[in-house]
Design a protein around this ligand. Sequence first.
Ligand SMILES: Cc1cc2nc3c(=O)[nH]c(=O)nc-3n(C[C@H](O)[C@H](O)[C@H](O)COP(=O)(O)OP(=O)(O)OC[C@H]3O[C@@H](n4cnc5c(N)ncnc54)[C@H](O)[C@@H]3O)c2cc1C
Length: 383
Amino acid sequence: MYSIIGGGIGGLTTALAFEKLGIEYQLFEKAEQLIPVGSGILLPPNSLQVFEWLGILDDVSLCGSVMKQITLTKPDMTPLFDYAQEDVKEMFGFYAISIHRWELQNVLLKKIPTHKIHLGKSLDTFKQIKEKVHLTFLDGTKIETDFLLGADGIQSNIRKQLFPKSKTRYSGQTCWRGICNYEDLAEEYNYRGIEMWGEQARFGITKIEENTFYWFAVVLSPQNQKDVPNTITDILLKTFANFHPVVGKLIGATHEEKIIRSDLNDVKPMPYWYKGNICLLGDAAHATTPNMGQGGAQAIEDAYYLAKAICQESKSHAFSVFQQNRSKKVNLIVRQSLLMGIIGHWKYFVWLRNFILTYTPSSIFKIRWRSIYTLKNYESTIN
Ligand SMILES: Cc1cc2nc3c(=O)[nH]c(=O)nc-3n(C[C@H](O)[C@H](O)[C@H](O)COP(=O)(O)OP(=O)(O)OC[C@H]3O[C@@H](n4cnc5c(N)ncnc54)[C@H](O)[C@@H]3O)c2cc1C
């Protein structure tokens, strides 16, 4: 029996992958209820291939909006870099999808038998004793399991206990995310992911469903700052006053109490994600800054590779094979994403950055993106 701790994107996708391959599992989530919270999320083609394998791609597609173009611009929306996703569609069978995070979790949840999900169960401590892992939850209950999987996010309790020297790193950037209904936005914003890079501030927009847009605003900030209620909209409007007018319109159309602020952190790459019969996955193992829109996608890929390794390898080798298959790609994404965030917030040499982005042949970016979107040994049924 595998016990998955955490019912986020990684934990739920792992449960579904185990369901598909007939691996015995149960999932424990600390939240009492899984309710509609959160913001938008971009699902790139690597995550969609896993969903295709799981047979849920149509359900996910129905809830989101396709992204046919990725555009990086100056604050006034003058394009610096434009990547039409036609070749991605040709190669993988689909475009990236933007979706409300809750809609995604809901699709995943509906496919998992309810008796295998235990809500209101916050893992407190665990102990490996011989072949078993003994788990103690905050409510005082205890269980014994054969394998423990830590899908408990960037602040993973399991990682901290298993690898006390592991570290999260603050990128120096904080991010506000919002979702708003907006009807009068020009056609050019449909089916496009746009990110505007200014001096030390970035703003991104993508449609997630008809007349509904997800936006994010990133600035440099000391860590752990708290917003004063009823000031956020004004602060954001001031910070992004010199950006294209659409930015102000979207911020203004968002209910302030629904704007979410998160510091952007990652996990310093670790030599091991597993020890004995315990293994980490998703953000618990390798959280990345969100600058490449790949954190959730990497958790989703983990589910695919972990389930396959458990089926194909001996029990004692499965976790090491899983990590071998994953860590090179993930560590590169963590590094490049961090670098992208730094460059995106340059104070000086902005002209040089913009020059490079405008004149670097797009084929160079495309090669890199295609390699990130590719899953080893995966054959799409759509192509
Ligand atoms: C601002 C921002 C924007 C992002 N945008 C994107 C994007 O566009 N595309 C993308 O692919 N990724 C994006 N990401 C990254 C993405 O959100 C994460 O990589 C993804 O959520 C990781 O999934 P996970 O399941 O590993 O962790 P989480 O989603 O954090 O889930 C962890 C779960 O574990 C539960 N839990 C924690 N501790 C315990 C415990 N002790 N006992 C039981 N349960 C526990 C939590 O309640 C939670 O449900 C973004 C991240 C941020 C911060």
